[in-house]
Design a protein around this ligand. Sequence first.
Ligand SMILES: Cc1ncc(COP(=O)(O)O)c(C=O)c1O
Length: 399
Amino acid sequence: MTNRKILFDFDKIIPRQGTGSRKWDALENVFGSNDVLPLWIADMDFSSPKAVSTAIIERANHPIYAYNTQEKSIYQSVIEWAKKRHGWEIEEEWILLAPGVVPSISLSIFALSEPGDGIIIQPPVYPPFFASIKDNDRKVIENPLLSKNGRYEIDFEDLEQKLAEPNNKLLLLCSPHNPVGRVWSREELKKVYELCQKYEVDVLADEIHNDLVFQGHKHTVFASLGTPVCKQSVTFMAASKTFNVAGLNFSFIIVPCKRRRGLIQNWITKLHISRNNVFGGIGTEAAYRDGEAWLDALLIYLEKNADTLVDFIQTRLPEVKVSKPEGTYLVWLDFRAYFTNDKELQKFLVQTAKVGLNAGRNFGTQGEGFARINIATQRSVLLEALTRIENALLNYKKI
Ligand SMILES: Cc1ncc(COP(=O)(O)O)c(C=O)c1O
């Protein structure tokens, strides 16, 4: 029998300082202090699958990094991965390459809406969702999620009202959802799909976390809800979160509708961003072709981290509220029993507990008193961070 733990040693600390890591090397800038333990930005403290570095090193050994083309085999690897992991059949011509999901969201907003149009989001949600709407002169329309004892659900009544408003042209869906860790069920997505069909609102589905789903849950590709595919959808996918290769700046925009695809392609052309990083496609293809066993082992490790965190909080910090994530490696912590003011909470986390988490307020007004922790790190690091929070809270006078 193969021993996964030895094949993939996620407990091994891999120092990242000095590698230009935003998470580890920008602490002074981000938190105003170098002595915080960083569990914030959404990348992992684990090595990518060996196949990724092998493929990149092999290409890097050739000393010319000039203009490159993207091989057909890259597209093929995405098609095979989507079919194998998500049961979704993509046609090659639907795939557009892009330098990342956030820029792809902006491109799609340019292409499928006009300045002044409303774009619906479901906060608390990934902060660039707000920025990509506001910065492009569209209007943020909030359909806040409802928390039921810490587990978040979609407010369908409110969603229908927002979709029915003619000025609201797009729904920007986060699936699985960052930061609340929900893997939307097929039934929930089907309801969203039906409402969007009814009011003719296109859906931009950010599915960057689609592979990071825990036992008992299944990711449903939004576009797959149509027959045979939802033409009113644009799907964003990447190997970046799954295989920890965000620095390769490589992602996919999957657009089944020819007209919509043409509109997005026009923006790619206009902005002259059709060329991709020479290593992006190589690393992505290697990950999709040879990274599956690594991913299966990673998911077991991440889920154990999620259990460790929830158990620690429920037994040792019961006033901090947490719900076990169904997917992603991001967990939403509710500190409102101690702090109602986000600035106070951040100050406490950074200066007293000496941990660097994401401030909840950045995910929308609903995040006041919350923080997001990234559990994609060695379990020993996670436990060190939790112990720091526990010790600091023990000395903190409850308000
Ligand atoms: C929901 C979501 N979308 C997009 C991104 C970032 O995508 P990219 O780095 O490809 O722009 C993240 C990163 O955390 C994310 O959580």
